[in-house]
Write a protein that binds this ligand. Structure first.
Ligand code: AMP
Length: 372
């Protein structure tokens, strides 16, 4: 889950699939409870926004029912228009039927008013309205709404059928309008010993970013004999990854400490797919995103030499023993390297040749940083 851009606007995740499914289930249960035994209702979906909600609703309903649609126009851009027109009407004979309207969202009530107008002279037995979302703060009419999935604040939303100028309907979740992300957040990526720490030190000054090295935070905690340090120590000394939950919680705390900064260089995080997903979700909740993964690419054979050399002075238990170093590469190759694909899929991966002088590599990195 991450921030999405539709036309000129940005949207952050708001209501996830699981919650939507729960809401639909709850609505169906309420509607069913009120239906007389053996009654075959006619559900009328209000297009376009309702199409995913209506589809999920009638599948969940499962008993005999009919479904039809009317198409109305009410939204232009993100401002609600007062005048609503019926574009495609209803052909079924509705006399004596129980009609249940399926609406995706009711805000001012202008559309709802039009629905009541359309069905007033149709001689129906009963007319009921079920809406997935309701905005109580802007609802201006005195019209009954029988079933409300979820009341939400008056902020523009898209997804699950709802659009912004045509886009966003196909998202499985609901997104809420947010301001343009302000931060530059970069994942500096690459296998152990590739030079991420050295380069991050230079880049953080140049771009005024906060450098978070999860390895450094763990080492600081080990040195200070904190609870976290004691926990991480055994994993680290053997070159194994520290468990995701521990690492993710620590990372979140580090980000929170500097939430007003220009952005972050993440070094050594994420290292697993679930860390990458957690990072996306966490940033998205804050209206921010990862601008890119910038990866330093160096052959493994060169790196083992580099690490052994570093081990002579770094004092790191995991830099001195070839077996431990090999294990770190094994962890990298089996759990971390796949993240290249994770970011590539999103068009967010930038690979850079990490062989060369510190300055040359830094220049290559800066070229990419400038564009992100
Ligand atoms: P580094 O300084 O990045 O080479 O990290 C050193 C060690 O810290 C790793 O071998 C792991 O044991 C632990 N570590 C650092 N970052 C993470 C992470 N994102 N997930 C799990 N373990 C980590």
């Amino acid at each position: 889950m991450r921030i999405i851009k539709l036309h000129d606007l940005y949207f952050k995740p708001f209501i996830l699939k699981e919650e939507l499914a729960q809401i639909v289930k709850m609505l169906v249960k309420q509607v069913k409870a009120d239906l007389p035994e053996g009654e075959v209702p006619l559900f009328v979906g209000i297009l376009n926004g309702c199409f995913l909600f209506a589809a999920d609703f009638i599948r969940e309903f499962d008993d005999n029912c009919e479904i039809s649609f009317v198409k109305l126009a009410s939204y232009e851009g993100i401002k609600s228009k007062a005048n609503v027109k019926q574009l495609v009407g209803i052909n079924e004979d509705l006399s004596g039927r129980t009609v249940i309207i399926l609406e995706d969202i009711i805000d001012t009530g202008a559309t709802l008013q039009e629905i009541y107008n359309i069905f007033r002279d149709k001689d129906v037995k009963e007319l009921k309205v079920a809406t997935l979302f309701f905005k109580p703060d802007v609802f201006k009419k005195e019209l009954p709404i029988d079933y409300i999935g979820k009341s939400i604040e008056d902020k523009f939303i898209v997804g699950y059928g709802l659009d912004y100028n045509g886009l966003g309907r196909n998202k499985s979740e609901i997104y809420q309008l947010t301001i343009k992300p302000k931060m530059k957040n970069i994942v500096l990526f690459g296998p152990p010993g590739v030079g991420k720490g050295t380069q991050a030190d230079l880049l953080k000054e140049k771009y005024n970013l906060i450098h978070i090295s999860t390895g450094d935070v763990f080492r600081y905690n080990i040195k200070n004999k904190t609870e976290l340090g004691l926990l991480a120590k055994t994993y680290m000394n053997d070159g194994n990854l520290v468990p995701d939950e521990v690492t993710i919680n620590m990372l979140k705390k580090e980000v929170e400490k500097n939430i007003d900064s220009n952005g972050f260089i993440f070094d050594g995080f994420p290292r697993t797919e679930s860390q990458a997903i957690a990072l996306d979700t966490f940033l998205a909740e804050k209206g921010e995103k990862i601008n890119g993964m910038v990866a330093l690419e160096v052959p493994e054979s060169l790196l083992i030499e580099r690490l052994l050399e570093r081990g002579l002075t770094s004092g790191r238990a995991d830099d001195t023993d070839v077996k431990k170093i090999r294990n770190r590469f094994n962890e990298y190759n089996t759990k971390t390297a796949i993240l290249k694909g994770f970011y590539q899929e999103k068009g967010n991966y930038y690979g850079i040749d990490g062989v060369g002088s510190i300055k040359d590599v830094n220049n290559s990195l800066s070229e990419v940083f400038d564009t992100l």
